[in-house]
Design a protein around this ligand. Structure first.
Ligand SMILES: Cc1cc2nc3c(=O)[nH]c(=O)nc-3n(C[C@H](O)[C@H](O)[C@H](O)COP(=O)(O)OP(=O)(O)OC[C@H]3O[C@@H](n4cnc5c(N)ncnc54)[C@H](O)[C@@H]3O)c2cc1C
Length: 252
């Protein structure tokens, strides 16, 4: 990983105790958790944190979750997708209640970040919950009043699986220079042109930027998805160093 560059917060990584203050349902299997974390040092869009749970017998489990929004004092947001039979994600969705404590450590990551001072066009390509850090970038762009041209290409199983659906519709309407396109892998909405498919060259070519505009590309999702899209981008002529990736594989 590259060393953190100017602008990234370099704070000692210590466990802090946060509390859930609000939760929002994104899809039947995903929720946004709003936490208050006293002393949170701030973060950049694209960074993540570690969440650690401790059972009564002392057993601990830690997992990484992306920060879903730009820095906002002590308040942070995560969006968690339930992984069937998972240890941590079902607990965070079904059991973790408003007022309950949780340990968090972060922010983590200095390469998969977007800074509002950047003016280059940006291509965001997300698969499933991989959209979370990309949404943080969309929100950070809005919060900073940035005019950097942004395109989000979002691969999702079905329309009900889209995270932030209403907000994305609003942002496309209100945020000048932001475009959002979807690829549905299992079931497309009525009237959508084309049939469900896995993301391919035509999608990236149609909804991305030409390489000669030297866009910054951010790709996030399951490992196979990220590798496919990164290969497509490099094959289209994008410089490897401008294709930044984050894989949501199993952790812990
Ligand atoms: C940098 C980073 C950022 C992440 N950000 C997010 C985020 O914003 N939102 C989010 O929901 N998740 C995110 N993840 C994934 C998250 O860390 C956990 O892996 C996920 O919540 C599953 O944990 P679990 O304890 O429920 O499942 P586990 O008990 O770890 O796993 C249960 C089973 O599911 C499989 N599995 C584990 N993780 C995944 C996965 N991600 N996809 C498919 N199968 C899996 C395991 O191989 C195992 O068979 C991120 C991961 C990384 C590395």
């Amino acid at each position: 990983m590259a060393a953190p560059t100017a602008g990234a917060r370099v704070a000692p990584l210590t466990w802090r105790v946060g509390r859930l203050v609000e939760r929002r349902t994104e899809t039947p299997t995903a929720q946004t958790l709003v936490l208050e974390v006293p002393g949170w040092p701030g973060h950049l869009a694209g960074q993540h944190l570690d969440v650690r749970l401790t059972a009564e017998d002392g057993y601990q489990a830690a997992r990484s979750y992306s920060l879903a929004g730009p820095a906002d004092g002590d308040r942070i947001e995560l969006t968690v997708q339930r992984v069937p039979d998972g240890e941590v994600s079902p607990y965070l969705i079904d059991t973790y209640a408003v007022g309950d404590p949780v340990e968090v450590r972060g922010p983590v990551g200095g390469w998969f970040v977007w800074r509002p001072a950047e003016t280059a066009p940006v291509l965001l390509v997300g698969g499933g919950s991989g959209v979370v850090p990309l949404m943080a970038m969309v929100r950070a762009r809005r919060a900073a009043g940035s005019r950097a041209p942004f395109r989000l290409l979002y691969s999702v199983r079905t329309p009900v699986d889209v995270f932030y659906a209403d907000e994305l519709r609003r942002r496309v309407r209100d945020d000048f220079g932001l475009d959002v396109a979807y690829v549905y892998t299992r079931e497309a909405p009525e009237g959508w042109r084309g049939s469900p498919h896995r993301i391919g060259l035509a999608d990236v070519n149609t909804h991305g930027w030409p390489p000669d505009l030297q866009p910054l590309c951010y790709v996030c999702g399951p490992t196979g998805f990220v590798e496919t899209v990164a290969d497509l981008l490099v094959g289209l002529g994008h410089e490897t160093r401008r294709v930044r990736t984050e894989r949501f594989g199993p952790t812990g």
